[in-house]
Design a protein around this ligand. Structure first.
Ligand code: SAM
Length: 223
């Protein structure tokens, strides 16, 4: 019998999002509309709406629905923004953001994931997303400045090159390790060369891989 995913989505919205404090109606509508099950393997379909992160292969995960909605809400998008996302993964968060922003640029370092995400996004005819295969820790300079930059992988510290690609008044959002070694979602709002810091909530994400800095560390010429 074909699954009724509308019911699964409505339940997800009510039981996981609204009941846990998500209030932005645009975010709620986007979460109600984007078919999350298409971003996981077909045989896992209905489970995609359950209240946890989901494996997407290559030791990576698609974030829990609440976290996707929380990040989208905290980005405070009005529909015009240029958004850079680091960590396309399944492409689901990017699809939600595309409903809320002007354009989404999303970077994924694992080629197979980036290709699969781009295929799903293409099949949904979402026009305002571009996916790039590569190391997103250095950003995507070609389309800067961005109004918002989101990382969906945890960094020891926010890469300076990302912050420099933010528009003045724009904001970075993403998981960062604190001094106690725990991850927390932080928001850094740019004011000239200064960045106002807000710590929003504890979280658990896969690590942000920093290929450029690792290469530099291994290269004896840089020592
Ligand atoms: N936003 C994704 C979604 O909706 O499915 C979930 C992302 S998953 C938690 C984190 C992703 O970040 C992984 O796919 C991982 O390969 C990617 N990643 C980690 N470091 C990266 C980097 N330096 N550049 C680009 N992608 C990176």
């Amino acid at each position: 019998m074909p699954q009724d995913y509308h019911i699964a989505r409505e339940r997800m919205v009510n039981e996981q999002l609204v009941s846990n404090g998500i209030v932005d109606p645009r975010v709620i509508d986007a979460m109600r509309d984007v078919p999350r099950h298409l971003f996981v393997d077909a045989e896992l379909g209905p489970q995609a709406y359950s209240d946890h992160a989901f494996p997407i292969g290559y030791s990576q995960t698609m974030s829990q629905p609440f976290m996707v909605a929380f990040l989208a809400e905290q980005l405070a998008l009005t529909g015009r923004e240029q958004v850079l996302e680091i960590g396309t993964g399944s492409g689901y968060q990017a699809a939600v953001l595309a409903r809320l922003a002007g354009h989404v640029y999303s970077i994924e370092r694992i080629e197979a994931l980036a290709t699969r995400a781009a295929d799903v996004l293409g099949s949904l005819e979402i026009q305002n997303i571009q996916v790039l295969i590569g190391d997103g820790s250095t950003g995507w300079p070609e389309f800067q400045p961005y109004d918002r930059i989101l990382t969906t992988a945890a960094a020891a510290e926010v890469p300076q090159s990302l912050l420099m690609q933010l528009r003045d008044g724009g904001a970075f959002l993403g998981p960062v390790y604190n001094k106690a070694g725990e991850q927390e979602i932080v928001r850094l709002t740019r004011n000239g060369q200064e960045f106002g810091l807000e710590r929003l909530r504890k979280c658990s994400f896969v690590p942000l891989v920093r290929e450029e800095s690792e290469k530099a560390a291994k290269d004896p010429r840089t020592q």
